[in-house]
Design a binder for this molecule. Structure first.
Ligand code: ATP
Length: 316
């Protein structure tokens, strides 16, 4: 072997879609100092669809602004497909649908898409993005006459023009009614199946449940949960049972039943309201058997919801 020849190395694996490492961003000083984002680490692989969930002020917008290169972290680093966010945007690999602003009221939908397409040298993609954003039929409408939902779909069309690998959406359906939201997500779902990486912030828990396999929950600038959306819901939720007790809560048999249920390690919550009991338990089958065996009636069992999990995480 030629001594100068280097052993061949396997090619480096492709960089993740998004790598957020130790990111912190604060505003103000002294008493008015706000740590909007505090030590956040998130890695998102290519092709993942991830929901970023959190109450008002959790730091979602601040984080996404940094992902898009609109502001810089005070500490930590952000890489998009191995590049800085600004390079990724300039290369057309990353684009966004933001909450507010950005459209010219006097242009029609088609003119708006054409103007931005000309900046990206993507006039040929106009018909495709109009169709993908579900804007067929409203192309000649002025933006000022479009509904909130249609305007968000126009922004979605603009974001699709560079055919980005990574799409970031900051509460894209805020303020839309249920039908408009469904229409927006139908358009998005078709697009995600084509393999694009999608990260979206939302307040609507059902959007995370229906659309994202993975959910990251933020609270007070930190990541408080990150995982499979269904697992997150199941692990934190537990099932909720409600039933009519066989007698008054103080009657000996009923009191003994309630004491037993309270002592059960699987019981996460137990509330008695008159003759009705509500129990959140990780072992709902056993609780249901005990209730029925003791003569309880009107038994109802509800599946865990992401809302229960979210409340447990963000009210802590
Ligand atoms: N430019 C700024 N100057 C001062 N404080 C700011 C600024 N931007 C954000 N903040 C504060 O940082 C915190 C996080 O705000 P951010 O908008 O990122 O939260 P969010 O999770 O996106 O909330 P929402 O769901 O309401 O949009 C809040 O306390 C907010 O008041």
């Amino acid at each position: 072997m030629d001594p100068n020849e280097r052993p061949s190395r396997p090619p480096a694996p492709p960089a993740p879609a998004l790598e957020i490492t130790g990111v912190t961003r604060q505003f103000g000083t002294g008493d008015s100092l706000v740590r909007a984002v505090s030590g956040v680490d998130i890695v998102i692989e290519r092709g993942e669809v991830v929901a970023l969930l959190g109450p008002n002020g959790a730091g979602k917008t601040t984080l996404l602004d940094m992902v898009l290169g609109l502001s810089d972290p005070d500490e930590g680093s952000i890489r998009v497909l191995g590049e800085s966010p600004r390079r990724a945007v300039a290369a057309g690999a990353l684009s966004a649908v933001l909450q507010t602003g950005g459209l010219l009221a006097d242009l029609t939908v088609l003119e708006t898409v054409q103007v931005i397409a000309s900046f990206h040298s993507a006039l040929g993609r106009v018909p495709e993005v109009i169709e993908r954003a579900d804007l067929t039929g409203v192309e000649r409408r002025k933006v000022s006459k479009c509904s909130g939902g249609e305007q968000q779909r126009v922004k979605f069309a603009l974001a699709l023009l560079p055919d980005p690998d990574v799409l970031v959406l900051d509460e894209p359906t805020a303020g839309m009614d249920v039908t408009a939201r469904r229409r927006f997500w139908d358009a998005m779902r078709q697009d995600a199946s084509a393999g694009r990486t999608i990260v979206f912030a939302t307040h609507y828990l059902e959007e995370a449940e229906q659309f994202a396999r993975r959910t990251v929950v933020m609270n007070h600038g930190r990541v408080v949960a990150d995982g499979d959306t269904a697992t997150l819901r199941a692990s934190l939720g537990g099932r909720t049972l409600s039933a009519r007790l066989p007698g008054a809560p103080t009657a000996p048999n009923t009191a003994a039943l309630l004491d037993g249920l309270r002592a059960d390690v699987a019981t996460a919550e137990l509330e008695v309201d008159g003759q009705r009991v509500r129990i959140r338990s990780a072992n709902s089958d056993a609780v249901a058997s005990q209730l029925l065996a003791a003569g309880a009636t009107e038994l109802e069992i509800a599946a865990p919801t992401l809302e229960t999990a979210f409340t447990a995480l963000t009210e802590a």
